[in-house]
Design a protein around this ligand. Structure first.
Ligand code: UDP
Length: 386
């Protein structure tokens, strides 16, 4: 493996690692197989269009780390999306971030050494993303990061750490929107490693929207807000989570449908928090049911990254209960607004509802064709079956 280093970086021009051509194609012990990694709920809709658009002559080994393992957080997506069964399940389960990352690394290394892929594809920003990338980089196997370059600039978020570190060691950086390129360049990544491919999660949304409208469970027949919350900053502190629940109880004229993440449910139970009367707290929903409910919601209140994107494409008003977002395009088009102050959530929701767009906005390359572009970029980079 050869690498060249641009020595003597400065603040303006940081030191850059440049993979040489020989590095890209130096997988001498490698196979013609590509590992595609998934592990948690938001990964499944991102790997689906990659797998479905990759030429059948390219062998894919689908690795599920088992970071999410409940039927409703994992298998139900394989069913709804018609995703192939994973070739390997590392069955890591719940644990602290450190233990989960370390266990995935250990277990993936075993699988990896049994049969070494010629490249690995990681998506998003979950612990599985970074853990598997760390294994591949140790063996000089190229890493392709899909959804690279998103930045909240909030390093308290575990996902931000996963994003920054994965992007530092990835060899091909596939981005969903233009600001990601600036973020990556500012961190010293090379322009020629970066390719705008659009948003694969939106491929899955657009593909399954008709099925969701046909077969998703019908939403409430009165105006409602759909709520999802699972970020540690909102749900890992009883005062904060209690304040969010109180604010939701103050939303005028809306029923609140809250499919709560297992982590959020566990904390609400443990702290015995007061649940305002108009809140219907239910288990996490299947993908089709959730999309169905997103479409008809008066407003969506969330701290999810993917939900900010989906509501933007659907033209559904969204309030994000966070200080920052790594998806600024959703703010620019106006479907989404940040509202970290819980007491202001009802006001922000009312404003968003009043300014609902007449038709869904168009975001460049969020067009249902990202899977094709990603598959082409991967094949181009790895040389297909060569
Ligand atoms: N989602 C779902 N059921 C739910 C809540 C969310 O299917 O009850 C889907 C949602 O449509 C989106 C994805 O889960 O596609 C977002 O995942 P999550 O919020 O867990 O992760 P993030 O996007 O914040 O990383």
């Amino acid at each position: 493996m050869q690498r060249s280093l641009t020595p003597g970086g400065t603040a303006e021009e940081p030191t850059k690692w440049i993979p040489s051509d020989s590095y890209i194609f130096d997988y001498s012990t490698g196979d013609h197989m590509i590992d595609v990694i998934c592990g948690a709920r938001p990964n499944f809709m991102k790997v689906d269009p990659i797998i479905k658009n990759t030429d059948p002559s390219v062998e894919i080994r689908l690795i599920h780390t088992g970071q999410h393992y409940d039927h409703i957080m994992s298998q139900s997506f394989f069913d709804d999306l018609d995703l192939p069964r994973p070739d390997v399940n590392l069955e890591v389960g719940s644990a602290s971030i450190t233990e989960q990352t370390a266990t995935i690394m250990q277990r993936y290394e075993n699988v990896f050494l049994e049969r070494r892929p010629k490249a690995i594809v990681v998506v998003g920003d979950v612990n599985s993303t970074l853990a598997c990338a760390l294994v591949a980089v140790r063996y000089g196997v190229p890493i392709i990061h899909v959804e690279a370059g998103l930045r909240s600039f909030d390093r308290h978020m575990p996902e931000e750490i996963n994003r920054v570190l994965t992007d530092q060691i990835a060899n091909l950086l596939l981005i969903t929107s233009t600001e990601a390129r600036d973020n990556l360049l500012a961190e010293g990544r090379q322009s020629e490693m970066i390719k705008l491919v659009g948003n694969p999660m939106i491929d899955t949304l657009l593909r399954l929207l008709p099925s969701a409208m046909d077969s998703g469970s019908p939403p409430p027949d009165e105006p409602y807000a759909l709520v999802t919350l699972h970020r540690p900053s909102n749900v890992d502190n009883p005062e904060r989570l209690g304040a969010v629940l109180d604010a939701l109880g103050n939303l005028e004229g809306l029923r609140i449908l809250f499919p709560a993440h297992p982590r959020t449910l566990r904390n609400m139970d443990e702290w015995n928090l007061n649940i305002p009367e108009r809140l219907s707290i239910v288990k996490p929903m299947s993908y089709l049911d959730f999309i169905r409910c997103e479409v008809d919601a008066s407003v969506v209140i969330t701290d999810s990254g993917g939900v900010q994107e989906e509501t933007s494409v659907l033209g559904v008003p969204c309030v994000t209960v966070r200080t920052s977002t790594e998806r600024p395009v959703t703010l620019e088009i106006g479907t989404n607004v940040l509202c970290p102050d819980t007491s202001l959530i009802p006001e922000a929701a009312a404003k968003q509802i009043a300014s609902r767009p007449d038709s869904p906005p168009v975001i460049p390359m969020w067009d249902g064709k990202s899977g094709k572009r990603i598959a082409a970029a991967i094949e181009n980079y790895t040389g297909g079956t060569r």
